[in-house]
Ligand binder design. Structure first.
Ligand code: 13P
Length: 328
């Protein structure tokens, strides 16, 4: 069942964060649905109540143009039928004004992100306001961004500039956005931290205090870039540099301070890369795409379950279903 991100945030606020996972292809899509229902091996496995979570499917502009945006849409609609127990939002990640309008018109997306964070405050407000007006008229919610993350994601490059609390309050008041991506020290991509830096939870606390009560915040650039997966990639012929990501034990403290959505893209790519490299290393005679595809779907499902446990969303699916039924 497709719902808006803000419907999911109502249940999550202050307790746990909803995982927002970027996908590009069929294997990621199947692994994602299985993982969020606690099914590891097959679509027919029973739902594991203690592991099942609501989630957000993120579609970037790069994912929309990888093959054709219509393939993604029909794949996700099919997954909704194959996994009728799933409750999820379909969200445009880092949209421009033009792409937001296209997604709003499509009738498929339940949430869009307008990223005008590179613009001065006034212009960011003005652009976001236009998107909000059009999106709300169709029951779609809007995530906006204020402050700058570091790193590179597809064509989005940034240098760190933490979100200012006073500006955030003004931005939310005037733009009318439904959730706000804040910069608190994370960055996009695999190479986040050179040393032992961590999140600026102190800044998050100030933001929570100044924003309207219960207003959802979003954390981009939140992959943990696990050393174990980087090692697996390198042991199978990869050449990744030493790196580290967000400490998974900081997800829950951030959630308690109002972060309702945690964006994860890079970690999914690492799982993909390790599984495929190992598969071809271990079975060099194989030229069939299905054996590594099957291994990846299972590994990705297991990884999503692990991530949801760290986010606190695992085991919350039935509570979400009940709360949706209560206010509908
Ligand atoms: P990562 O690169 O840390 O996975 O962040 C993804 C993201 O924020 C997508 O918007």
């Amino acid at each position: 069942m497709i719902v808006t991100t803000n419907e999911l945030f109502k249940n999550a606020y202050g307790r746990y964060a909803v995982g927002a996972y970027n996908i590009n292809n069929l294997e990621q899509c199947v692994g994602l649905f299985r993982g969020n229902l606690g099914k590891s091996k097959t679509n027919e496995d029973p739902v594991n109540a203690s592991g099942s979570a609501s989630f957000i499917i993120q579609i970037s502009r790069g994912a929309r143009s990888y093959s054709d945006k219509r393939f993604l849409e029909s794949m996700i609609r099919t997954a909704d039928q194959v996994f009728p127990e799933a409750i999820f939002a379909v969200h445009l990640d880092h949209g421009t004004e033009e792409v937001c309008y296209d997604c709003i018109a499509s009738g498929f997306y339940s949430s869009v992100m307008i990223d005008a964070s590179h613009e001065p405050l006034d212009k960011n407000i003005e652009i976001t306001r236009r998107i909000v007006d059009r999106a709300h008229a169709k029951g779609i919610v809007v995530e906006a961004e204020l402050g700058q993350l570091g790193g590179v994601e597809e064509d989005v490059t940034g240098s760190v500039c933490l979100t200012e609390p006073d500006q955030a309050a003004e931005f939310v008041r005037h733009s009318g956005c439904d959730s706000l991506a804040v910069a608190i020290g994370t960055s996009h991509g695999a190479y986040k931290f050179a040393g032992s830096q961590s999140l600026h939870l102190d800044r998050l606390k100030e933001l929570q205090a100044i924003l309207p009560k219960g207003f959802p915040m979003v954390m981009h650039g939140s992959s943990s870039v696990p050393k174990a997966w980087v090692d697996r990639i390198n042991n199978a012929g990869g050449k990744m540099r030493d790196t580290s990501g967000v400490n998974e034990d900081q997800y829950l403290p951030a959630a308690k301070l109002g972060v309702c959505k945690v964006n994860i893209d890079t970690d999914g790519r690492l799982v993909w890369c390790a599984v495929y490299r190992e598969s071809f290393r271990d079975d060099p005679a194989n030229f069939d795409l299905r054996p590594p595809g099957k291994q990846f779907m299972q590994a990705y499902a297991d990884y999503i379950l692990h991530k949801n446990q760290k986010l606190g969303s695992a085991g919350q699916l039935e509570g979400v279903r009940a709360s949706l039924a209560a206010y509908k």
